[in-house]
Design a protein around this ligand. Sequence first.
Ligand code: GAP
Length: 459
Amino acid sequence: MSKPTPDLMERIVSLCKRRGFVFQSSEIYGGINSCYDYGPLGAELKRNVKDAWWRAMVTQRDDVVGLDSAIIQHPEVWKSSGHVAGFSDLLIDCKKCKGRFREDHLGGTTCPDKEFKGRPAEQCRAEGLMTEPRAFNLMFETHAGPVKDSASVVYLRPETAQGIFTNFLNVVNSSRMAPPFGVAQIGKSFRNEITPGNFVFRTREFEQMEMEFFVPPAEGERWYEYWVNERFDWYVRNGVRPENLRKYVHPEKDLAHYSTGCTDVEYLYPFGWGELEGIAKRGDFDLSAHSKGSGKDLSFYDEATKERFVPHVVEPAAGCDRAAMTFLVDAYDEEVVTSEGGKEEVRTVLHFHPRIAPITVGIFPLVKKAGMPEKAKGIQAELQDLGLRTFYDQKGAIGRRYRRMDEVGTPYCVTIDGDSVEGDGTVTVRDRDSMAQDRVAPAEVGAFLREKMRAWKRG
Ligand code: GAP
């Protein structure tokens, strides 16, 4: 299946629920709009996405360090950053159907009213059925402490980025980093979105993976180009098909208040092209704004050149939930295969990169006797020691067990049969994508899998 189809999303959402990737939040109470919980496999998937990001952005570099800042920060942070005054969408209400719309999304929206169902929302607006647009701030507001008054107002952070800017001096002084260098952070962000939707694509609570890269002003353009390419390539290196990705350069009139240039990495979702990640040139907007707001000098003195400057920032900002959903959508396939009995059947398979797959190895004793479970448990313990996520299953026909692993994207299965116990001692390693089977000595299974994982390529 090379082309996404509109009902593909429904099939993926159904798979996510059936196999424990994503559940509607508070489902036993009827659910809550746009809030989702990640099940056992979804939690593993998200963890793998975050690990892959952290490895590429921090562990494998010596010019980026990590940070974990608080969700609730001083309210002045959001005044200086411009969020209190400007982090809003234009909201329009329909007086007839009582629908609530984002003005910038009106173009692609149809009326949900029974009478008008399917007609463009723009037509309702032209007929005077809609209110004038009004600005709606997306920050969730709450109160710190027992007294609910204007002095106790605080916000749930709408992006992780500001915690990085406010810690710029702390990081420079404690880590002795000098531009060009980056600070990376993964964490929850909250936005009171007017129109959340498309499953976990746009929700009110989500996780971001952001990195602020501080550079001497003259190097801004070079690093912007570098990070646009690097971030695009990261998705490809982790298994996303490049033909489903593109770079979208924002026209100047659409840039956010802090940005002097922005390129999105977009993905071709079943509902059309959508932003997966944004790479922005933020100039010196943030450090200058926080210098002014806090009264602290956030410039940098370069000992080598004896120059003082306010670093410019290049920011690759990704969504973890959106990335996890993208890996899922891109990995999803339905293939016609011939079963052992010669019958044609549809195999649902997730072609995850082994690094991203929630389970790396299924461990199957062919039958639950004759020493096979014991041998299988021994191999499982060794693979667990190597840090691989395994799943042990000794029930049902082996073909069914393989299919269940295909459906959740497990790249390898190890089967322990009679020969493993009484014959030459080898076990079968089955490959999810090619369905090829190799006989491997138990002591070599770990190294064999590691090599296969290293050499994995999307077919
Ligand atoms: N610091 C810059 C910033 O936050 P953004 O484009 O608003 O930029 C970055 O957000 C990324 O966070 C987006 O590309 C998207 O992947 C993710 N994201 C933003 N809003 C989201 C939402 N409501 N639900 C899920 N992910 C979201």
